[in-house]
Design a protein around this ligand. Sequence first.
Ligand SMILES: *Cc1c(COP(=O)(O)O)cnc(C)c1O
Length: 285
Amino acid sequence: MTERRFDTLAVHAGEEPDPATGALDPPVVLSSAFAFADAEDAAGRFEGTRSGPIYTRWRNPSVEALERKIAALEGAESCVALASGMAAVHAALTAFPAAGDHVVAGGSLYAETARLLRGHLARFGLETSFVDTTDPSAVEAAMTPRTRVVYVETPANPTLAITDIAEVARIAHEHGARLVVDSTFATPYHQRPLALGADLAVHSATKALGGHGDAIGGVVSGAWADVECVREEGVRTCGAPLAPLSAMLIARGVRTLALRMERASASALALAERLAGDPRVERGL
Ligand SMILES: *Cc1c(COP(=O)(O)O)cnc(C)c1O
């Protein structure tokens, strides 16, 4: 297989010409349910020994096209797409621990993620220690025998705090926990958490991945078995699949991700340099 560059993957990965019509731009499949060839085919699909969708709540061809594209960009074995970034965060956080278990989370998190951990998950018996993950020794000190997940957002929204993913992954794994990274701000263009040792990479696809402000969605990438657990939890059981039309809009947005991130980064650098050289501006943090 020839190796494709990120920009090329962003355009082509996950999207095959439609076998039925030959359409280069695959049609959006809105159908909620799918026909089986016969009873044996149905049994095989339910058992997972045959491929093919059954019901859009847990698999849909348009959503799977986006999942393949994100997995390719993230360098992941697999990806699952969900109804929002928060659905993705929730599923990634709840797929593995049980009541009585412990989470170590960054002190600087997207507001709803902090609320999810402090309120909703605490009510169901999952305890969280919030620590400054920019200091790996603080993560190490917070680990307990019940810690199942270390959860960091890097760069964090909105503080832009940066955590050393490789170092925190090493600490998490030493204690038998998984590292989940919310990588929304960086996108896979700038940062691939899995290559640095994280177990799951989470994104709000609503932001830079979709890039056009017209679709809400979330994605979780990682090893196939882990992603299947997240799919079971967030999509099949809790019922938060990504809508096929939103999958198409997000996949279309991702095609221009490299171009948009290059321009956004150049604009941010120009702005930072201008502000740094202005005597009226003081460093705030
Ligand atoms: C926006 C955002 C989320 C939540 O995503 P939604 O798609 O709005 O549910 C989670 N994490 C980060 C870092 C975000 O910026």
